[in-house]
Design a protein around this ligand. Structure first.
Ligand code: SF4
Length: 598
């Protein structure tokens, strides 16, 4: 501020992540956007929330403070699925945990209010976004109020907030009072009286103890996520009404390109002496698009970014890779070109009228929508241009690929297998039995098996020694020990070993979290088995990792519980040999990237 001659900021950001000036990090992206519009912006990264002086380091901002917990919900960041404290935090220098508080949005907002009396505080980011309505919180095992109520912030912005934040800043700078700004897309606010229009959800005081009402609130809210036709949502919290305005409209390509052309330094703040693991994982990767039309039940990304794919232009992505290639630390490998699902670049809804009225959660489940334009020409052409950039020797795809979509993208698939797999291809079927994939809203095992056959055949034809690593979830609602036995047997039959099994964590706001809390599908009303005990979840995980000697006794116990002891012979000794794996070094690299994306 001194060097720029600023005596006061317009907007002060507070973030739970370390400051990395890179477009993959939300707060720096928003800060660069406001800066480009002429506002004076500062970022307090991981300040000590217990110390008012730390919050006052850059003084009181003129307009407002904006708070984000960071790229992850702070409780997901801090705790494992077994609710044990994690030792690492990938978004902190040195990977150390403890740099941000639990329920970071609440703690930072309280600290700001203590430091600057009467300052408007706006909250956003994934923690605020997915907790905007009354929601199930796994860590307290209770239904909590909207985060706007609990944090006492002035306004909540949800989803990708560029447009809403910019409009809010302009209107406040023009002298409008924050309390009068009630119409911003992608915002939620509290009203003293019931707004005239909107879909009324069961009140917080009802859903807090009534799982049926909770499911109904989820179902009603899920019907209002299409920005082209969504109506406002209303939910009473005590004497006040929560008003959630319709979601932000997707950014068009020109506006998305402009964001990525902002003058990022593409490195962490110079104050840090230790590396930041999350940055190391993305420093040589490029985001090609936003949004995911898969609609998987457990995924927070689609909830946050929306189902409409927003793709950058080829030119914009090529320019970013050229800048990357000119970087001192670049050794010729672009580690990833993708988005939430790598193979959705350039896709769109091909029927404007259908899109305006569409109320599907995703475009692929239960069947791919006929209006979805899944053509792979744009993605294939993009990869070709990127490969030709001077200095690029390898170009890998490390983001997950959606397999049912890949079936319709033969050219992309051929190119992926021939040129863009670094030894191991990470795919995430998440489950390998039909009953469970249906609950998760993923393609079934037949799609996975067909893909595996094509992958092996095409890899052989190209003379490549490369494998598929399936990522699976244990303990998801609907998942039983029998399902896991079937999955373990299928893995054996296919000659596959699972490297990582994710234990299911009910993250706020997702369909899976609703299934976990209510034990019932909010759309069909069907009951769903929920593996709640630690033991059952551990046995499920052990079955998926049955090739590990340390899991033998747990696998035996699981088989005994299902009355399937006779399958032990197949699991322990009778399966086919697993396929030849790439070298240890390559495997390590591939898995590291996988962890980052996960
Ligand atoms: S109409 Fe089909 S392709 Fe278009 S948004 Fe809806 S589900 Fe997706």
């Amino acid at each position: 501020m001194d060097r720029r001659g600023w005596d006061q900021l317009d907007v002060l950001f507070v973030s739970g992540d370390a400051y990395v000036d890179h477009p993959a990090f939300g707060v720096p992206l928003l800060a660069r956007l406001l800066e480009a519009e002429g506002y004076r912006v500062g970022i307090l990264a991981q300040p000590d929330w217990r110390d008012p002086q730390a919050m006052q380091a850059m003084g009181r901002p003129r307009l407002f403070a904006a708070v984000s917990a960071g790229a992850m919900d702070s409780m997901v960041n801090h705790y494992t699925a077994a609710k044990k404290l994690r030792r690492n935090d990938a978004y902190t220098p040195g990977g150390r945990s403890g740099a941000r508080p639990n329920r970071a949005v609440i703690a930072y907002t309280a600290a700001l209010k203590g430091a600057f009396k009467g300052l408007p505080v706006v909250i956003g980011g994934i923690e605020a976004s997915l907790r905007r309505l009354a929601h199930y919180d796994y860590w307290s095992d209770s239904v909590r109020r909207s985060l706007l109520v609990d944090s006492k912030a002035s306004l909540l912005l949800y989803g990708m907030a560029e447009t809403a934040l910019l409009e809010l800043t302009r209107r406040l700078a023009a002298g409008e009072a924050l309390e009068t700004i009630r119409d911003l897309r992608g915002s939620a606010l509290l009203c003293g009286q019931r707004p005239d229009e909107g879909v009324e959800l069961p009140a917080f005081e009802i859903v807090v103890d009534d799982t049926e009402a909770f499911g109904e609130a989820f179902r009603l809210a899920a019907g209002e996520t299409n920005p082209y036709c969504a109506r406002p949502l209303l939910q009473r919290h005590g004497a006040r009404w929560l008003l959630v305005n319709p979601p932000p409209l997707p950014l068009d390509q020109a506006r998305l390109d402009r964001l990525y052309a902002l003058p990022f330094q593409r490195r962490p703040h110079s104050d840090y002496s230790e590396t930041i693991p999350a940055f190391e994982q993305i420093r040589h990767s490029v985001t090609s698009h936003r949004g995911c039309c898969g609609g998987c039940a457990f995924c927070a990304i689609a909830q946050h970014q929306g189902k409409f794919i927003q793709s950058r232009s080829e030119q914009s992505i090529c320019q970013e890779v050229q800048r990357l290639a000119a970087d001192d630390g670049f050794r010729g490998t672009v580690s990833d070109v993708g988005g939430p699902s790598a193979n959705m670049y350039g896709m769109r809804c091909g029927n404007a009228e259908a899109r305006r009225q569409c109320r599907r959660d995703g475009c692929l489940f239960p069947e791919p929508c006929p209006h979805l334009q899944a053509d792979d020409r744009a993605a294939v052409h993009l990869l070709k241009r990127l490969r030709a950039i001077k200095g690029v020797r390898h170009l890998f795809i490390a983001s997950g690929v959606r397999l049912d979509l890949l079936e319709k993208q033969p050219r992309y698939q051929r190119q992926l297998i021939a040129d863009h797999v670094s030894g191991l291809l990470k795919v995430a079927p998440e489950a390998l039995c039909e009953e469970l994939t249906r609950i998760m809203r993923k393609p079934g095992p037949a799609v996975f098996e067909a893909f595996l056959a094509r992958f092996r055949e095409q890899s052989q034809r190209c003379g490549k020694r490369q494998s598929v690593v399936p990522y699976l979830i244990a303990g998801h609602p609907g998942s039983t020990l029998e399902h896991m036995v079937e999955t373990a047997l299928l893995l054996r039959r296919l000659g596959l070993q699972v490297e990582q099994v994710q234990e299911f964590t009910p993250t706020p706001g997702t369909l899976s979290s609703c299934l976990y809390h209510t034990g019932c599908d909010p759309f069909s009303g069907e009951p769903v088995h929920v593996p709640r005990s630690d033991r059952e979840r551990r046995l499920q995980k052990a079955l998926l990792l049955s090739h590990l000697p340390e899991n033998r006794s747990a696998v035996r116990e699981a088989l005994r519980r299902c009355g399937r002891e006779s399958d032990g012979a197949l699991l322990f000794v009778g399966g086919q040999a697993t396929e030849q794996r790439p070298t240890r070094q390559r495997r390590g690299r591939a898995l590291d990237r996988g962890r980052g994306k996960a």
